[in-house]
Design a protein around this ligand. Structure first.
Ligand SMILES: NC(=O)C1=CN([C@@H]2O[C@H](COP(=O)(O)OP(=O)(O)OC[C@H]3O[C@@H](n4cnc5c(N)ncnc54)[C@H](OP(=O)(O)O)[C@@H]3O)[C@@H](O)[C@H]2O)C=CC1
Ligand SMILES: CC(C)(CO)C(=O)C(=O)O
Length: 338
């Protein structure tokens, strides 16, 4: 299968290094010239939880030729329609584009490429581009798992082939209830990535700080209520049933869920959200596709999401430079913290 990683930055460079090291030929593609030049000259250097250097095939978009049977999409979700339109002629007629982006990106991509040519993959591990050619793996190697699936059936054989490709890196689950896996990841991103971005901190710091933890818990609840109202069953993440652990109706279960958060976050304490990494680099982040999509889905479901809506507003102000990510931003949530 001719394979490409389109948008090889933080996550895509790690993925490309692991696949290439296992003998799977794939092109790492990005518009970032300095990064592509470094990859071509020195290979992909993966640091952090591992240390490996792998010679890779790296290209600029304008150097792409022919069609690919499999394209992993790893650009940020800021201009997906434009990216999908560009990729249309590079994806084989019976090819599959697998988006590994956060949020709920499949439907929009399917509008451009066709539902039978779009799959998705929710990822529970993290990476940060440290310098051109150098990506840091920020999760433990045993967390390198993939939840793969499609919104419509019909490409089971091709999904199996994709699972064999990703399987060289870590365990792959082909999800029958893929939308449930997507919502579970959205739940984590909206609550923990959203709160950590507003406060300029890691997941571990959100879990440790009593007020920040309560904000994350309130967003978890807004996301559960919205998903349930839309008929979503949240899939387990890394073997953990999120509904059982964190959803609540009464005060006792609410307290229990609150107490469990720091324990559940232990292995992910050092994760720094990619939204915060973008803000720190002065870039626009994916808030519209993460917290923004939850607000939108909440409206569609008739569920109020006031804490999440406030996170969207604050992150927009971080993007425009009116505010800085810092703990003092907790003050904006006063009304929800009594
Ligand atoms: N990083 C993480 O830990 C995780 C990220 N994700 C998701 O994965 C996706 C990718 O994230 P991440 O790896 O952090 O992103 P990065 O910004 O680090 O990498 C994206 C790469 O794509 C390039 N790019 C952007 N737009 C285009 C384009 N139109 N054509 C060609 N290249 C382009 C960027 O270039 P340039 O530098 O010029 O912008 C960059 O090299 C996101 O949707 C994110 O939510 C999911 C789980 C974890
Ligand atoms: C939190 C994390 C790293 C989890 O995979 C993520 O999805 C992100 O930062 O965008």
């Amino acid at each position: 299968m001719r394979t490409a990683i389109y948008g090889a930055g933080s996550l895509g460079t790690v993925l490309g290094a692991y696949l290439t090291r296992a003998g799977i030929e794939c092109d790492l593609i990005s518009r970032n010239k300095a990064h592509i030049t470094a990859l071509q000259q020195k290979g992909a250097h993966i640091v952090g939880k591992v240390d490996l250097t792998v010679g890779v095939s790296a290209l600029l978009p304008e150097q792409m030729q022919g069609t690919y049977d499999l394209i992993f999409l790893l650009t940020k979700q800021l201009e997906n329609r434009k990216v999908a339109t560009f990729l249309r002629s590079y994806l084989a007629k019976d090819g599959l584009l697998v988006t590994m982006q956060n949020g709920l990106p499949e439907s929009e991509l399917a509008q451009v490429l066709g539902a039978q040519r779009v799959a998705g993959c929710a990822i529970g591990w993290g990476a940060t581009l440290q310098a051109s050619g150098v990506a840091e793996l920020t999760s433990e190697p045993e967390a390198l798992a993939f939840s793969l699936g499609m919104l419509t059936p019909g490409r089971e054989e091709r999904l199996q082939a994709v699972a064999s490709v990703l399987g060289v890196m870590g365990p792959v689950t082909i999800e029958e209830n893929f939308i449930g896996a997507r919502w579970s990841k959205l739940l984590i991103n909206a609550s923990f990535s959203g709160t950590a971005t507003v406060l300029g901190c890691t997941f571990g710091e959100v879990a440790k700080d009593k007020k920040a933890r309560r904000i994350a818990q309130l967003i978890l609840k807004e996301c559960f209520d919205t998903g349930h109202s839309l008929g979503i069953t949240f899939e387990p993440v890394q073997g953990k049933n999120l509904e059982k652990l964190f959803d609540y109706q009464g005060r006792v279960k609410q307290k229990l869920s609150y107490l469990l958060i720091p324990l559940a976050m232990k292995k992910h304490a050092s994760l720094k959200p990619s939204m915060l990494q973008d803000i720190e680099k002065g870039k626009k982040c994916e808030v519209d596709s993460i917290n923004g999509i939850l607000s939108k889905e909440g409206k569609r479901a008739g569920i109020a999401t006031p804490v999440n809506d406030l996170v969207v507003q604050i992150i927009s102000r971080l993007e425009s430079g009116q505010l800085k990510p810092c703990r003092e931003n907790l003050g904006f949530f006063k009304a929800f913290l009594s």
